[in-house]
Design a binder for this molecule. Structure first.
Ligand code: TTP
Ligand code: CA
Length: 378
């Protein structure tokens, strides 16, 4: 579906919003404990090895001044903040962040024609109809939403508004925190021209390097590469995507969320068993099927679960969340094997049927997944 399919008049441009909550996990912690405000706050994912092993999930802006950001080892973060006595290191609390996220999303959703949750701290929505296709009405709506989020939850966010998802997402990242960037249809190309090609959704480090080598550091320069060069280098799908992206063209619809919350497959074992190794073949097939379907539908997954139907027809389930959304088959295999091994060890009974599911799905917007695979392969 393209924008002109959703609106009858071809001159009407969609009004698409991308909302991104600021330093989200750390901001949630500040809201729970206001004494943290003004201090460097580091949210940590401690690994099973104990001590300070593990990585930083995110940090507030104060901590970022010291070079403490998502992905660095906790040990390095502690080192960078060793002379800051009031720095706080907290463990991730996904349940609480999800609760905050749900409340915030419910506030925003009211103002949308269509609403698409992308992750715990991100959403797209379309408000073309509610705003009569008038970009001049955007600012007032954003003020209302920001005020409500602030008053009811204390939360700040950054918002990008544009005629499509691609540009709206780049715009929300343009001014942070508590930012608002509105890119009207006529301003799209000028807005994109000086930005690095890495800002385009789905363009990872490797793709960016290749584009740089081809003479395109900025999106404006990418516009100079013709469709033949791009499709020859990246294949038809990605080449065309890049060609359009350079011109600020993107027709991806905002997809109403909650349609799909999980993807699962289940099978009956050829022979009842309680031996892990005997079930491995079936488990791998299930994982491959689930993975294929997940990717085809443009999702990444953040939670993996297994399900066993036991000899007495009782059911046993186990699931675990990943640190961040994944599209990796290896990760799915690894986690489901670990879960099955645990489940088999815990249960004395024979297993009749075996199932694998992924949930906490995050829409990867197609291109994202495409690129991730390309970047992994190259
Ligand atoms: P981001 O939106 O990338 O970051 P942020 O919200 O912390 O900061 P910003 O103000 O720049 O938007 O990610 C959202 C949440 O996802 C973040 O609060 C923590 C989590 N996260 C991780 O756990 N690991 C990571 O590597 C990243 C990038 C994020
Ligand atoms: Ca964020």
């Amino acid at each position: 579906m393209s924008w002109d399919a959703s609106s009858k008049d071809k001159n009407k441009q969609r009004i698409i919003f991308h909302v991104d909550f600021d330093y989200f996990f750390a901001q949630c912690e500040e809201l729970r404990d206001p004494s943290l405000k003004g201090k460097p706050v580091v949210i940590c994912v401690y690994s099973a090895r104990g001590g300070d092993s593990g990585a930083v999930s995110t940090s507030n802006y104060k901590a970022r001044e010291y070079g403490v950001k998502s992905g660095i080892p906790i040990k390095l973060a502690k080192n960078r903040l060793k002379d800051v006595p009031d720095a706080k290191f907290l463990q991730v609390d996904h349940e609480y962040y999800t609760e905050m996220s749900d409340k915030a999303m419910a506030i925003i959703r009211k103002y949308a024609d269509r609403f698409e949750v992308v992750g715990v701290d991100e959403a797209f929505f379309e408000a073309s109809e509610k705003l009569d296709y008038d970009f001049n009405k955007v600012e007032e709506l954003v003020k209302t939403i920001k005020k409500e989020l602030k008053e009811q939850l204390g939360l700040t966010c950054s918002i990008g508004v544009a005629p499509n998802k691609l540009v709206a997402k780049i715009a929300s990242d343009f001014r942070k925190p508590d930012g608002l960037t509105i890119v009207k249809p006529k301003e799209v190309q000028a807005f994109l021209a000086d930005l690095s090609v890495g800002k385009i959704i789905g363009v990872g480090k490797k793709t960016e390097e290749r584009l740089n080598e081809m003479g395109a550091k900025t999106i404006g320069e990418l516009e100079n590469l013709d469709i033949y060069t791009l499709t020859k280098e990246f294949g038809k799908k990605i080449g065309t995507y890049l060609y359009n992206a350079a011109r600020g063209i993107d027709e991806e619809p905002v997809m109403e969320s909650e349609a799909i919350t999980q993807i699962s497959r289940i099978t009956t074992l050829k022979k009842n068993s309680k031996i892990f190794e005997e079930m491995l073949g079936d488990l791998e097939t299930l994982c491959k099927d689930v993975h294929k379907s997940t990717i085809e539908q443009g999702f990444s997954f953040k939670s993996v679960g297994i399900m066993l139907v036991l000899d007495d027809l009782s059911m046993k389930t186990k699931s675990r969340s990943l640190k961040s959304p994944s599209t990796s088959l290896d990760e799915l295999l690894k986690l489901s094997k670990a879960l099955l091994e645990e489940a088999v060890a815990e249960s004395q009974m024979m297993v009749r049927r075996l199932g694998v599911k992924v949930s906490e799905l995050v829409s990867s917007k197609g291109q994202d997944t495409l690129f991730k695979f390309m970047d992994e392969k190259t």
